[in-house]
Design a protein around this ligand. Structure first.
Ligand code: UP5
Ligand code: MG
Length: 193
């Protein structure tokens, strides 16, 4: 990123976040606080669509709920941050394991201002994902269960790492969308435009 100084907030959710409303609340934060939203999952899905040489590999990983190799995801995030003139980014759905986290910090030299963490029950997230209807290859009960399992095994240590640094801001994501946003707003108040 060169000399560009950026503020990064990682947005994660319990059990990997599938269906915890990360994407939904990030759109609200963009509108009110002028951040740029970078969803790692959206960038990976765009990479599949673009017909890149990694496309088939990425698609297979997502279908299985597995974590795509760090270098692929980090390259996409880094390119997006370089291309964008903004200096405030929400990185949604990343880092998903310790290796993602360490590689991101090493490659970009960026550590997050804080981690916004959406807490929600597994049953509620399942219900939302099955009702989402965006045609995602991973919104089926088999893949959803795999995504939950990967979270417990791989993503939880990332939360614990930042928790130990007092950087995790936890939100109750089981409430209706506007109520969740009220809590989010309180956290982002220092970043008001
Ligand atoms: N909804 C949202 N909030 C609600 C609320 N408060 N009350 C009622 N309904 C609510 O929301 C999901 C649905 O719920 C929507 O229909 C919404 O209207 C409703 P959304 O905001 O889309 O949830 P989100 O948390 O963004 O869920 P998502 O499925 O996108 O999270 P994931 O983390 O699973 O998905 P992501 O796209 O980040 O990753 C997909 C896959 O990509 C991963 O499994 C992995 O294989 C791969 N990946 C990597 O390998 N590396 C990465 O770094 C990132 C992804
Ligand atoms: Mg999402």
């Amino acid at each position: 990123l060169g000399d560009k100084k950026v503020t990064v907030v990682f947005v994660l959710g319990k059990l990997g976040g599938p269906g915890s409303g990360k994407g939904t609340q990030c759109s609200n934060i963009v509108e009110h606080f002028g951040f740029t939203h970078l969803s790692a999952g959206d960038l990976l899905r765009a990479e599949i669509k673009s017909g890149s040489e990694n496309g088939t590999m990425i698609e297979n990983m997502i279908k299985e709920g597995k974590i795509v190799p760090s270098e692929v995801t980090i390259k996409l995030l880094q390119q997006a941050m370089i291309k964008n003139e903004n200096d405030k980014f929400l990185i949604d759905g990343f880092p998903r394991n310790e290796e993602n986290r360490a590689a991101f910090e090493n490659v970009t030299k960026i550590s997050p201002a804080f981690v916004l963490f959406f807490n929600c029950s597994e049953e509620e997230m399942e219900r939302r994902l099955l009702g989402r209807n965006e045609g995602r290859v991973d919104d089926n009960i088999e893949t959803i269960r795999k995504r939950f399992k990967v979270f417990v095994e791989s993503s939880l240590p990332v939360i614990e790492y930042y928790d130990a640094k007092d950087k995790v801001k936890k939100i109750d994501a089981a409430k209706p969308i506007p109520e969740v946003f009220e809590d989010v707003k309180a956290i982002f108040a220092p970043y008001a435009k």
